[in-house]
Design a binder for this molecule. Structure first.
Ligand SMILES: Nc1nc2c(ncn2[C@@H]2O[C@H](COP(=O)(O)OP(=O)(O)OP(=O)(O)O)[C@@H](O)[C@H]2O)c(=O)[nH]1
Length: 223
């Protein structure tokens, strides 16, 4: 189940013919220490919450069916301290590898929320996208069951997502599988939509390219 980051699956592939309903995507889970990145990942993969997880960094492969489409996800459960969250070569590798991002903070930890806000900007800059291209990012406020220790309001999370064009979920990996599932599926949808947006102009470009190749050659042949 665990794979090597260096050999990780290729980017999201929308295939043709009988495989049209299959695709692949790389997802990275980012956030500061102790916010519940592993708990969310394990919840999504196994439906279970086991309490303690250690800090081993792993990539898991997982097949899901979303809207009748079979999707192979490679999920990188990262481990990073607050000061490494934006600035390290490993972080750069994670960002370049990923098609989509789950940025996690704890609703009881304001500095983890501030770090997520910085990470959104960092990822967008590092991806260097152009025009209408968007980075698929979901922001997840975890530990929703700990209301009495809350220091970040839902509105703050929602506002951050709104102003950065991300999707927002508040969940409890400890208490609820469904919320975690919805967040991951939301990210998969964003990856699909962003892929379509990228493919459309490329399609027009390639038609123009093929036409000029044909007409260009004809002219040359008749000389
Ligand atoms: N109450 C509560 N505790 C949670 C929840 N999610 C995770 N935890 C606890 O928070 C602690 C940290 O969880 P992890 O999943 O290891 O967090 P992490 O972000 O992967 O931590 P690092 O590996 O240090 O980066 C553990 O004790 C979990 O049991 C949650 O939704 N509610």
């Amino acid at each position: 189940m665990v794979a090597n980051p260096a050999n990780a699956a290729e980017h999201l592939v929308a295939m043709t013919g009988p495989s049209a309903l299959k695709m692949e995507a790389n997802i990275v889970i980012l956030g500061t220490d102790n916010v519940g990145k592993s708990a969310l990942t394990v919840r999504f993969l196994t439906r279970r919450f086991i309490g303690e997880y250690g800090d081993i960094e792993s990539i898991y492969t997982h097949n899901v069916l979303v809207d009748g489409r079979e999707i192979t996800l490679s999920i990188w459960d990262s481990s990073c301290s607050e000061d490494q969250c934006c600035e390290s070569s490993l972080q750069e590798r994670r960002v370049q590898w990923a098609d989509g991002f789950v940025l996690v903070y704890s609703i009881c930890d304001r500095s983890s929320f501030n770090t997520v806000a910085k990470m959104v900007q960092h990822i967008k800059a590092a991806k260097g996208l152009q025009g209408a291209e968007k980075v698929p990012i979901v922001i997840v406020g975890n530990k929703r069951d700990l209301q009495h220790r809350r220091t970040v309001t839902s509105e703050e999370g929602r506002l951050l997502a709104l102003t950065t064009d991300c999707q927002f979920y508040e969940v409890s990996a400890a208490e609820n599988y469904h919320g975690v599932l919805v967040a991951f599926h939301g990210l998969v949808d964003r990856i699909r939509v962003s892929r379509l947006a990228v493919r459309k102009p490329a399609g027009i470009k390639s038609i123009v390219k093929s036409m000029s190749a044909v007409f260009g050659r004809k002219r040359t042949d008749s000389l």
